[in-house]
Design a protein around this ligand. Structure first.
Ligand code: PMP
Length: 351
């Protein structure tokens, strides 16, 4: 009998939210943006010369790196790009979490972190959020092999004040602190200005939410030049051409349209605040969200039941059957019209 399975790298993979495809659906389950990407993106894609597909893309992703650097007033050498922030985060785990000591991230957080840690054999500990789902910064003041957390956190939507983020960075000069800002553009305060002050800080962001480009897969990291060089060394040891020509060109067009970006983010923030009021009136409670989703629990109706009832109506939200959060629904903010229909259904169902 052969025993090749003994040498297989076995992992329990991350489970992404489902991608149903019904014409009448209201899709509030994967934190996508309900608005299309900036108009310049369509123009760039329509004008693409397919003959260029013969050629490899720029391995440095120079144009996109430059556009992002310009947008955030950084040097090109302070920016790294990848295939969505999942790719950027995975590369960052591989590059910076290389110690025998445990990496720290919250018990309730983005559920890809423990998957990458397991995949790369990185030891980790998960300090518990407090009863209101807030990160307790003191939990991150002990010896560790690195730190990662989203701000605002997912799936809770809770933001940690920037002073507390800075406190964590300041207490950990000997390890890399990764702040995952996938949702920061919906009213959160970014740690980006701190990268000049702390050489152990890496800020990761994505085009998937605030720039409406989840399908294009663009993410980026900003940090000091040394960090970015180490990240690129690992990237070039893995795959030189992570970003394809279409993503590079479309990404530049998306960053360049600041007005559209602000307009769509503001619309989502406005709809989020309206949805909060409506949910409260219906008996839901939740911590204040600074993201494009609300993580809510109902006073009497179990989350699992609501999830199924909504699903039957082709209204998709996210439910995590996990300890501490199995009576909550994560509701992505859609258009005002979508949220109105969602609320109308709840009003009817819960009466
Ligand atoms: N970080 C957090 C906290 C997220 O919720 C997500 C979305 N699933 C990501 C990173 C990754 O997003 P993307 O790869 O689309 O940039």
């Amino acid at each position: 009998m052969s025993n090749w399975e003994a040498n297989v790298r076995k992992v329990i993979p991350y489970t992404p939210g489902e991608q149903p495809n019904q014409p009448d659906m209201i899709k509030l389950n994967t934190n996508e943006n309900p608005y299309p990407p900036a108009p310049g993106v369509e123009k760039v894609l329509k004008g693409m010369d397919t003959d260029t597909m013969r050629l490899y893309p720029d391995p440095t992703a120079g144009d996109l790196v430059h556009a992002i650097a310009q947008n955030y007033h950084l040097k090109d050498e302070q920016v790294f790009v990848g295939v969505g922030s999942d790719d950027v985060l995975a590369m960052s785990f591989l590059t910076f979490f290389n110690s025998e000591k445990p990496v720290l991230f919250p018990d309730i957080t983005y559920s890809f972190y423990d998957v990458w840690a397991d995949l790369f054999r990185i030891p980790y500990e998960r300090p518990a959020l407090d009863e209101n789902f807030h990160i307790k910064k003191e939990d991150y003041f002990k010896e560790n092999g690195g730190i990662v957390f989203p701000n605002p956190n997912a799936p809770t939507g809770v933001e940690m004040p920037l002073e507390d983020v800075e406190d964590i960075i300041r207490h950990n000069p000997d390890v890399i602190v990764i702040v995952d800002e996938a949702y920061v553009d919906f009213g959160g305060q970014s740690a980006l200005p701190l990268i000049e002050k702390y050489d152990n800080l890496l800020v990761v962001q994505t085009f998937s939410k605030s720039r409406s480009m989840a399908g294009m897969r663009i993410g980026f990291a900003c940090g000091n030049e040394k960090l970015i060089k180490f990240l690129n060394d690992v990237k070039y040891s893995f795959n030189s051409y992570t970003m394809d020509r279409t993503a590079l060109a479309a990404g530049v067009a998306a960053v360049e349209d600041k007005e559209y970006f602000e307009e769509t983010c503001n619309k989502i923030i406005e709809t989020r605040e309206w949805t909060k009021k409506e949910l409260k009136a219906l008996g839901f409670s939740f911590q204040d969200s600074k993201s494009n989703f609300i993580f809510a629990t109902h006073a009497t109706c179990p989350a699992a039941e609501l999830f199924e009832a909504l699903r039957e109506q082709h209204i998709y939200v996210r439910y995590f059957p996990k300890e501490r959060i199995d009576n909550f629904l994560r509701i992505t903010i859609g258009t005002k019209e979508e949220m109105q229909k969602f609320i109308d259904f709840l009003k009817d169902y819960l009466k």
